[in-house]
Ligand binder design. Structure first.
Ligand code: DUR
Ligand code: ZN
Length: 138
């Protein structure tokens, strides 16, 4: 993936982060999701007084995109103010892998550190719709 696109996604994630609603953790995260046809959907984390209902930035971006009719994704960038590039939580890894097991995941922080993975590196052996099959198809 070319460096300009990567930089641009990280910038959009950084900008999305400013919209985070985080009165409980005060930990802001932004994400930017790139569709295969070149559109970008931003997301931020959104917390709730009932803590467990909080939604991560990554899932906000994906759910926004899917609700607009998008299902083909190429990459997601995630940014937070962390020492090392912010790792996505397990729930988000599972949701990312649903749509593209080869999705590129670009992780950053505000200092400019960047690391890049594919989702199958971050969640090897993910549960998928193929696991619904109860016996070998002959
Ligand atoms: O990759 C991550 C990790 C955490 N969070 C959010 C969830 C919660 O609002 C806050 C603290 O966990 O950060 C994200 O949005 N993305
Ligand atoms: Zn998450």
């Amino acid at each position: 993936m070319n460096t300009e696109v990567k930089e641009m996604l990280l910038e959009r994630a950084k900008s999305a982060r400013k919209k985070a609603y985080t009165p409980y953790s005060n930990f802001q995260v932004g994400a930017a999701l790139l569709t295969k046809n070149g559109k970008i959907y931003e997301g931020c984390n959104i917390e709730n007084a009932s803590y467990g209902l909080s939604n991560c930035a990554e899932r906000t971006a994906i759910f926004k995109a899917v609700s607009e009719g998008e299902k083909e994704f190429e990459a997601i960038a995630v940014v937070a103010d962390t020492l090392k590039p912010v790792p996505p939580c397990g729930a988000c890894r599972q949701v990312i892998s649903e749509f593209n097991p080869k999705m590129k995941v670009i992780l950053g922080n505000l200092k400019g550190d960047v690391s890049e993975y594919t989702i199958d590196q971050l969640l090897p052996g993910a549960f998928s719709n193929e696991d619904f099959q109860s016996k070998e198809m002959k």
